[in-house]
Design a protein around this ligand. Structure first.
Ligand code: FAM
Length: 441
């Protein structure tokens, strides 16, 4: 694979950079930690390195240095589509280089050739009651693939042979496992969708189509080219958001114990399934529909909407899709999806309402200075777009997020092995120790 060559070429320089920092500047202090940060979710404590992506509070995410609009513009596209091939995005995340068409296509072809899902994975899913949350099914399906981990079997094998497995080569097996897992995600996610909401159909992967279009086709949208484009857009922009969010940090931590890609990604997906993380995206469309319902199905005018929003806030309610722990501007991932919506489905009442909320809510949220970011985040529009194209099962939306996020998680994990990151082990203190420190201060 070209991807392996591109990584191999860069290896010595990357390892040298990290080695230099560790040996020459190992004792350099990066930041202080306060008691509030220890009790407050380690917010803002700079304890990680993420070269895959970086979230700038005023600019939003950059994937390998490129902003969201740049990523959408520069990555190769399939003829007839304005939206990138996910294979190209993966090449960028993994290699730190923009791919040409052939390189993006090679990743797509690799996925097609690795897409066959073992029968027992379907059986595992079918064992669960149909009302099981799709994220639970997604996580167990990933775990069901774990016995095929090449890293796990190679690692176990070398324990008993003289040949050994050099530490510097671990990443190659992690990359193999990542490619094998990602190749199967459209099949797994679509089967969960079909099992829960459609006809229990298992649809095989079409090598003629890219990864995103395969997923769309597998849930019955073979003819809907616009939905296929939405999938490309969605899967690209949700792929990574630095290393500190719950799913990225969890999977990275688990992989630091040399747990393989399947174990690590399933752990990350269990974090993504939490209501304060990935599950938030199912709440936003529910809220949009509730607002319309409160106005008899109509989209309220600006004044009516302002009154309604004020009443909700006065009643202590959160407005889903607004605010962010890091961002201090409108999330560019909201912006590009809103542009898609305005271009293709501007007559959709949910999109109209989302546009009106975007006009009136930020100044209201900003009024008392409490909300640090009064602007929309990516979740403010995700669900409405899926809903428009007929994917109306809200609890499935986090699986779409998970499919995309595994692209980023695996890039972090593979690079952790490339750079030889050791097992993570932060130190704990007791409350009494902090109290003693406080008294001495
Ligand atoms: N509506 C009403 N109040 C809000 C608000 C919103 N959308 N966002 C923040 N606030 C309040 C917040 O509850 C807090 O009030 P208290 O001090 O009384 O607890 C205050 O403003 C300060 O919060 P913050 O510092 O601005 O935000 P946080 O960093 O604590 O939290 C969010 C960030 C995203 C969890 C928060 O803004 C929120 O709950 N938003 C709505 C839910 C949502 O959209 N979640 C999706 C997040 C998405 F980016 C993701 O991770 N998938």
């Amino acid at each position: 694979m070209k991807m392996i060559e591109a990584i191999t070429e860069q290896l010595p320089a990357w390892r040298e950079r990290v080695n230099r920092l560790r040996t020459q500047f190992g004792s350099l202090k990066v930041c202080d930690v306060t008691v509030e940060q220890i009790y407050g979710g380690i917010r803002g404590v700079q304890i990680q390195v993420s070269d895959i992506s970086y979230v700038d509070p005023y600019e939003g995410i950059r994937l390998r240095g490129y902003t969201i609009p740049e990523v959408l513009e520069y990555l190769p596209k399939k003829p007839g589509s304005d939206f990138p091939l996910v294979g190209g995005l993966y090449y960028l995340l993994m290699t730190d280089r923009l791919p040409n068409e052939a390189e993006a296509d090679e990743v797509e072809q690799e996925w097609a050739s690795r897409s066959q899902i073992p029968e027992h994975v379907y059986q595992v899913i079918r064992q669960f009651p149909r009302d099981t949350h799709p994220m639970t099914l997604f996580s167990v399906a990933i775990m069901a693939l774990q016995p095929s981990s090449q890293f796990a079997s190679k690692y176990a094998e070398q324990m008993f042979t003289s040949e050994g497995l050099p530490k510097g080569d671990y990443w190659k097996y992690y990359l193999e496992d990542s490619m094998n897992l990602i190749a199967k995600l459209p099949g797994i996610a679509s089967f969960i969708y079909n099992y829960k909401y459609r006809n229990e159909e298992i649809v095989s992967y079409s090598p003629e189509l890219d990864w995103s279009a395969n997923f769309a086709r597998m849930i019955g949208k073979a003819e809907d080219l616009r939905y296929q484009d939405l999938c490309r857009l969605f899967f690209v922009i949700h792929s990574d958001h630095e290393g500190g969010n719950v799913s990225a940090h969890t999977s990275y931590l688990v992989s630091s114990a040399l747990s393989d890609v399947y174990l690590s990604c399933a752990a990350g997906m269990n974090g993504l399934a939490g209501p304060l993380h990935g599950l938030a995206n199912q709440e936003c469309i529910r809220w949009v529909l509730q607002v319309r319902e409160a106005f008899g199905g109509h989209v309220p005018g600006k004044e009516e909407l302002t009154d309604h929003l004020r009443r909700q806030l006065q009643a202590g309610k959160l407005i889903p899709g607004y605010g962010h722990a890091v961002l201090r501007v409108t999330d560019p991932r909201f912006t590009v999806q809103y542009e898609f919506a305005k271009k293709y489905i501007s007559n959709d009442p949910n999109i109209e309402l989302i546009g009106r909320v975007f006009e009136v809510l930020p100044p209201i949220l900003a009024e008392n200075g409490k909300v640090k970011n009064p602007y929309p985040n990516v979740d403010a529009i995700n669900g409405a777009l899926q809903y428009h194209y007929g994917v109306k099962e809200f609890d499935f939306y986090t699986v779409l997020f998970g499919m995309s996020r595994i692209l980023g998680l695996t890039a972090h994990i593979v690079w952790g092995r490339i750079l030889g990151k050791p097992i993570e082990r932060p130190k704990s203190l007791t409350t009494a120790m902090l109290e003693q420190l406080a008294e001495k201060s």
